[in-house]
Design a protein around this ligand. Structure first.
Ligand SMILES: Nc1ncnc2c1ncn2[C@@H]1O[C@H](COP(=O)(O)OP(=O)(O)OP(=O)(O)O)[C@@H](O)[C@H]1O
Length: 302
C-alpha cells in the first residue's frame, strides 16, 4: 500500500554539500496528479536533487518524504511505487529487452502491466529480442523508459529522459507520459534541457540554479511576468533597478523585465522614458535571461 498523502514529494530544509557545490535549505513540493519539470544550467543540482529524492544520494540535512515514505529510512518500500530513470543507468548489454522485461516483471509482480509494456514496445518500435548492447543510444533510452513506465509507478522520476531521442520519439514519450498521468493519483518529476518538452508536459516548472530553487511557477505566470522592453529618452540612471539592460544604442535601450505589469509603463513614463515596444519572451529566453541576470548579480563575467 502506498502511504496516504496528497503530497507525492516533500523536501524540507534539504542541504547537500560537495567540495564545489552547496545546496542549502532546499524546499520542494509535488502535489498528487501533477507534472513538475525542472530546468537549470549544467551543474545546477538537478540530478543531485532527484537522486536525493530516491535515496540514491544522501542529504546532509533536512526532511525528504516521497509518496509519504521517509527517505532514506523507507526507501526500499518507496522504490516499489516510484520509478527512476537517468541517463547513466546501465542495462545488461548481453541480454535482450525481453529478458529485462521478465526480470523487472518478477521484481514488481503486483504492479507490472504486461499489456502496457507491449503497447510501449510497439509505440517505441523496439524489438524485444534485441540485445541491449546492439541498441542505439535512443533505443536504449526507450528500453529503459519502457521498463520504468510498465511498472505503472505512482511517481515517475526522470533525469533528462529525452537525451538521445529523436523529435518523433520525444513526442511519443510525451504522449506516453500523458497516458500515465491519466490516473490522477500519479505524479511525474523530470529534468530536461528541452524547454519545449518542459513547456508541453509540465503543470509547474521549477527553475534551479546553483543549488537554489529560483522559481516554481506555471508556464502562463512565467510568460505573463517577463517582457523585453524597448525604450527611448530618459536618463539611463533613472531606470528601475530591477530592469536588466541587454542593449543600448542610438538613444534606444532594450531591457528585460521579470516583474512586468500594467504599472510598469506608467512608472517608466514618469521616469521620462517612452516605451517603444514590449514583447513577450519564450520560455527558453526566460530561462537564459534568468541565468544571465543571476550571473551578473553574482559578479560573474559574461
Ligand atoms: N559525487 C560528487 N562529488 C562531488 N561533486 C559532485 C558529486 N556529484 C555532483 N557533484 C557536483 O554537484 C553539482 C551539481 O551536479 P548535478 O549533477 O546535480 O547538476 P545538474 O543540474 O544535474 O547538471 P547537468 O544539467 O549538467 O546534468 C556539480 O557542480 C557537480 O560537480
Amino acid at each position: 500500500m502506498v502511504a496516504d498523502s496528497d503530497v507525492l514529494v516533500s523536501m524540507r530544509g534539504v542541504c547537500k554539500h560537495y567540495p564545489l557545490f552547496t545546496m542549502d535549505n532546499f524546499n520542494l513540493t509535488l502535489p498528487r496528479g501533477q507534472v513538475l519539470g525542472m530546468v537549470g544550467p549544467n551543474g545546477a543540482g538537478k540530478s543531485t536533487l532527484l537522486k536525493m529524492m530516491m535515496g540514491l544520494v544522501s542529504a546532509d540535512a533536512g526532511e525528504i518524504a516521497v509518496l509519504g515514505y521517509k527517505v532514506p529510512e523507507q526507501e526500499v518500500v518507496l522504490k516499489h511505487y516510484a520509478a527512476y530513470v537517468s541517463e547513466d543507468m546501465r542495462l545488461f548489454a548481453d541480454y535482450s529487452i525481453r529478458w529485462h522485461m521478465e526480470l523487472v516483471a518478477q521484481c514488481f509482480t503486483s504492479t507490472w502491466d504486461a499489456s502496457y509494456a507491449k503497447h510501449i514496445l510497439h509505440k517505441f518500435e523496439l524489438n524485444p529480442e534485441q540485445k541491449i548492447g546492439h541498441l542505439s543510444l535512443g533505443q536504449r533510452v526507450k528500453a529503459t523508459l519502457l521498463l520504468a513506465m510498465a511498472r505503472r509507478p505512482k511517481l515517475l522520476v526522470l533525469d533528462e529522459p529525452s537525451t538521445g531521442l529523436d523529435p518523433v520519439a520525444r513526442h511519443e514519450l510525451t504522449s506516453e507520459l500523458f497516458e500515465l498521468m491519466l490516473n490522477e493519483d500519479n505524479g511525474v518529476i523530470f529534468s530536461s534541457q528541452f524547454t519545449q518538452d518542459v513547456e508541453r508536459l509540465s503543470d509547474n516548472i521549477a527553475f534551479i540554479d546553483n543549488g537554489e530553487m529560483i522559481s516554481c511557477l506555471d508556464k502562463e505566470t512565467y510568460l505573463d511576468q517577463w517582457r523585453r522592453i524597448q525604450l527611448t529618452g530618459g536618463d539611463r540612471a533613472q531606470l528601475p533597478g530591477d530592469l536588466y539592460v541587454t542593449a543600448s544604442a542610438g538613444g534606444r535601450v532594450t531591457a528585460i523585465d521579470h516583474a512586468f505589469s500594467a504599472k510598469r509603463t506608467a512608472q517608466l513614463s514618469e521616469a521620462g522614458f517612452e516605451v517603444v515596444q514590449t514583447q513577450p519572451l519564450t520560455l527558453e529566453e526566460i530561462f537564459i535571461q534568468q541565468v544571465l541576470m543571476r550571473r551578473q548579480a553574482r559578479g560573474v563575467q559574461r
